[in-house]
Design a protein around this ligand. Structure first.
Ligand SMILES: [Zn+2]
Length: 171
């Protein structure tokens, strides 16, 4: 007797994971400033790289980073990707842009959303600025910034990205 049933090749198993994040000393200081609408990095005493968000030590030198540096909420696009595939549980409608951005005054990029932009015109070196949530919604979270949006400033050459002072490009 032959078996006509189709083989099972996959099943959907919805799961939900809830977890608590323990920030640690460096990120906790960063998040308490973000709560006030201020972006801060930490400068390495040896190589002088400014990290945002700071982790409390320099990954390259292996030394603690103590010096707090207030950064601008303007940044430069270092790299980006256009997301075209919906991500389960993510409410943002594709296509949208996730970018590695380097804040003025910092040397290391962080990841954030770009919006209010023409996706096809986003480019490396493009200047952007934070669009913050209303102050009454601020929390200890980087999503106090809704997204970054392009601003009318000249592009930064690729070899200058991550080397701008806090006062920005052309200063
Ligand atoms: Zn260092």
């Amino acid at each position: 007797m032959s078996d006509q049933r189709e083989p099972i090749t996959g099943i959907d198993v919805p799961i939900s994971l809830k977890y608590n994040f323990t920030a640690g000393a460096g990120p906790a200081r960063f998040l308490s400033q973000v709560r006030k609408g201020v972006l801060t990095g930490q400068r390495c005493p040896r190589c002088e790289q400014v990290y945002i968000p700071p982790r409390g030590s320099c990954a390259a030198c292996g030394v603690p980073t103590e010096e707090e540096v207030v950064l601008a909420d303007k940044a430069t696009v270092q790299s980006f990707t256009i997301v075209s595939i919906p991500i389960p549980t993510n409410p943002i409608e594709p296509p949208y842009i996730i970018a590695n951005l380097v804040a003025d005054g910092a040397n290391i990029s962080f990841i954030h959303l770009m919006s209010d932009c023409v996706n096809e015109e986003v480019r490396i070196g493009q200047r952007v600025q934070a669009v913050w949530k209303p102050e009454e919604e601020w929390d200890y979270a980087m999503d106090n910034i809704r997204y970054f949006t392009p601003i009318d400033e000249p592009d930064v050459p690729a070899d200058k990205i991550g080397k701008l002072p806090v006062s920005g490009w052309g200063a």
